[in-house]
Design a protein around this ligand. Structure first.
Ligand code: ATP
Ligand code: LTN
Length: 340
């Protein structure tokens, strides 16, 4: 094989995902997304973005947003992502994201965006600020993904609808202009794709909800114990996986299983007859054990702002190079005047 054929044979598939620096990361973000980023990093070329442009669809305090971007870089690295192997950078530092989003806005129908359940939920939660960015949020997400010719997108199940829209936009564009974009697939975990609120286990655990409803990745052991002890369960006392009728108990079983305690049914069988107190103790142990290495590494990293800044600066340059290749191709296809 020639060198070029060799390089092509070795070329890995591309992964892209993003997390918003919009609050304290939760156990839901960890189990649904971050943990899988780490698992996939050796087998793919991975791009993990800090999506600050998505975060401003909800009003943010500038000082908090600025701080949270570097903190999220520290979380990415502390959870095990190697910044030399994975591109970790801020979305706003690569202008191609916003530029492609504009173009894709012109290939997306109002009717499609009107169907997005996250838009409906967020506009209900922020009735005083239903802005156009919130409405076109999925188009920016499509631009993020399509810029890098992404094959696989690891996300929680709440992002499935956005991902399907991304595929529809890409197919529509390719149908008109030829094969410009790779059509991405979702990577949604079998267990833990939707971790539920501790207080209202019928609802997704979300970093924008009140403190006691979620476990933050940086909560200490006592806080985790207290929050899990107060988690809503039910009154029949039986430990069984049944999300429909026993959402609270099922959520704790899912958390344990996702964190490596075994198959859900095996955990439930082992805890049979032991009561919710024991279920909660065991869940606490699993969560504390999973998060403590991340927490100590985070503390070390977050103190070194210069290092974090250098990571996002360097990686943004590489990301911009890759993103601009796709952007230039798109601009040419749609007929923008050539650059001199
Ligand atoms: P918000 O609740 O403020 O909208 P969010 O946590 O849902 O924020 P992101 O920070 O952008 O939104 O989510 C990052 C990733 O975490 C996404 O892939 C999302 O699907 C996943 N995720 C978020 N919440 C959960 C959850 N409760 N269970 C599993 N995955 C989740
Ligand atoms: N919309 C996602 C965050 C996000 C994303 C992306 C995820 C923005 N761009 C690209 C995967 C790929 C969310 O709200 N969780």
């Amino acid at each position: 094989m020639s060198e070029i054929q060799n390089a092509a044979a070795e070329k890995k598939q591309v992964i892209f995902s993003g997390i918003q620096p919009s609050g304290t990361l939760t156990l839901g973000n960890y189990i649904g997304a971050l943990r899988n980023f780490v698992k996939l990093q050796n087998d793919y070329d991975c791009i993990y973005c800090i999506v600050d442009e998505h975060a401003i669809t909800v009003r943010q305090n500038p000082a908090d947003l600025r701080r949270r971007c570097l903190e999220l870089a520290a979380i990415y690295i502390a959870s095990g992502l190697d910044p030399k192997k994975n591109l970790i950078y801020c979305q706003s530092h690569v202008s191609a994201h916003a530029e492609l989003a504009w173009i894709l806005n012109c290939f997306t129908y109002m009717g499609e965006l009107n169907r997005m359940t996250q838009f409906k939920a967020k506009s209900a939660a922020h009735a005083d600020n239903i802005n156009a960015g919130l409405f076109t949020y999925p188009v920016l997400m499509a631009a993020d993904i399509l810029l890098y010719q992404t094959n696989l997108v690891p996300v929680g199940v709440d992002q499935k609808q956005h991902l399907e829209l991304c595929r529809d936009i890409a197919q529509r564009f390719n149908g008109i202009y030829g094969d410009v974009f790779t059509i991405p697939e979702g990577y949604i975990p079998k267990v833990g794709a939707k971790i539920m609120s501790l207080q209202e286990p019928e609802k997704k655990m979300s970093k924008s909800d009140p403190e006691e409803t979620y476990i933050a990745l940086l909560d200490d052991a006592d806080t985790i114990r207290r929050k899990i002890r107060r988690a809503v369960t039910d009154s029949d006392g039986e430990i069984r996986y049944d999300p429909e009728n026993k959402p609270g108990v099922s959520n704790l079983l899912s958390i344990m299983s996702a964190l490596g305690a075994g198959e859900i049914d095996a955990i439930a069988a082992e805890l049979q007859g032991k009561g919710y107190g024991e279920l909660k103790n065991r869940t606490t142990e699993c969560v504390v054990e999973a998060l403590s290495p991340l927490q100590s590494e985070y503390k070390r990293l977050v103190a070194d702002k210069a290092y974090l800044q250098s990571v996002i600066d360097e990686n943004a340059k590489t990301a911009a190079y890759l993103a601009n290749k796709t952007l230039r191709k798109v601009q040419k296809k749609i007929g923008y005047a050539p650059r001199g």
